[in-house]
Design a protein around this ligand. Structure first.
Ligand SMILES: C[S@@+](CC[C@H](N)C(=O)[O-])C[C@H]1O[C@@H](n2cnc3c(N)ncnc32)[C@H](O)[C@@H]1O
Ligand code: SF4
Length: 326
């Protein structure tokens, strides 16, 4: 019986760098061919034989900057995947020809980096698309993809979060709403409320989905499943070892693996569970009854016979809750 595996592939090229972003990416597109050659060699060298690939995520950077031919060459290095195959796209580099090609390549989920429904915010985020381009890209992607997600950012100083309008919500199945992080990776103090129609369920602290459209790939990360990352800066978790590739785009190397102790795994499972609507299994919280009772009295968690679940108030102070439960 083959083991389930998820695959992340990093495409570290962007048309322009956005000031707030610290993902591994550059604008040196003259290096794309050399990078893809290294990437394909890395994928081909991996032994997929014990695994069944269940999800693939083409992330970036900006995968939609690649030509369909370039993406096809990379995807051909992988075994077949009958499950969720996602591509991250920027609104300004999405075209009808690319959408059609993605479908042909077996991509069945598209995640569009809209970031904001306000032009002034888009300008201050140094995005190269405006609101009209975002609308056009959503309409175009919707024509080809039932499983359409958008990324938004909130807690941006001097700007107010704008809820996607109803005509946009009608076209999408999933929304990721990230709190803007600064260079030091800290989430800013503000915590703007988000109001979405109730059919978008907050199934993870930053993610909302209509029923059945939760990101299967990301759920693997959040539930401790196995994944392999290819490309610069990509992370992996295999055989209880975490490892990652270095960030140097043309010369990245796999860094030394880190084997997790039983305590690391336990503490990580509690944090991941707190972020999820499904909550933390009570079996992970032996000896913590008093702490759970206190957190519940403060309205920060709800308790079921099997799970402890962070409330909306609790989701704002996850670290403090976690410290009391580990
Ligand atoms: C890896 S980026 C790639 C998406 C795509 N290149 C784009 O910009 O449209 C994935 C998402 O991370 C989010 N993101 C990037 N930098 C962030 C930051 N500093 N704080 C919060 N979210 C961030 C954005 O919402 C972005 O769409
Ligand atoms: S947010 Fe997206 S487009 Fe902007 S630099 Fe990061 S990866 Fe590139």
């Amino acid at each position: 019986m083959k083991k389930p595996l998820s695959v992340y592939i990093h495409f570290p090229f962007c048309e322009k760098r956005c000031g707030y972003c610290d993902f591994v990416s550059c604008t040196a597109t003259e290096n794309v061919d050399a990078y893809l050659q290294k990437l394909c060699a890395e994928i081909r060298a991996f032994d997929f034989s014990p695994y069944q690939v269940n999800t693939i995520y083409l992330g970036g950077g900006t995968p939609s900057l690649m030509t369909p031919n370039q993406l096809e060459k990379v995807l051909k290095c992988l075994p077949a995947c009958a499950g969720e195959v996602t591509i991250e796209c920027n609104p300004n580099s999405l075209t009808q020809m690319k959408c059609a090609a993605y479908r042909r390549l077996g991509i069945n989920r598209l995640s569009l980096g809209v970031q904001s429904f306000d032009n002034a915010t888009l300008r201050d985020l140094e995005r190269i698309h405006d609101l009209k381009q975002a609308y056009d890209a959503i309409k175009l992607a919707h024509a080809y993809f039932d499983n359409l997600s958008i990324d938004l950012i909130k807690d941006i100083p001097q700007h107010t979060f704008v809820t996607p309008p109803p005509e946009i919500l009608a076209m999408i199945k999933h929304i990721s709403i990230y709190s803007l992080t600064k260079d030091d990776h800290c989430v800013l103090d503000t915590d703007e409320p988000v109001h979405l129609p109730s059919d978008f369920v907050r199934y993870e602290v930053s993610n909302y989905a209509r029923a059945g459209y939760e990101s299967k790939h990301n759920l693997v990360y959040w539930t401790g499943g196995e994944y392999i990352g290819f490309g610069a800066g990509a992370h992996s978790l295999l055989n209880n070892q975490r490892f990652c590739n270095s960030n140097a785009i043309l010369t990245y190397q796999r860094e030394l693996p880190f084997t997790r102790s039983a305590e690391d795994i336990h503490d990580e499972q509690i944090m991941l569970g707190l972020r999820l609507r499904s909550g933390v299994a009570r079996s992970l919280l032996v000896g913590k009854d008093d702490a759970i009772k206190l957190l519940a009295e403060h309205g920060l968690v709800t308790v079921t016979p099997t799970h402890v679940i962070a409330t909306t108030a609790g989701l704002k102070v996850l670290n403090q809750i976690w410290l009391r439960l580990v």
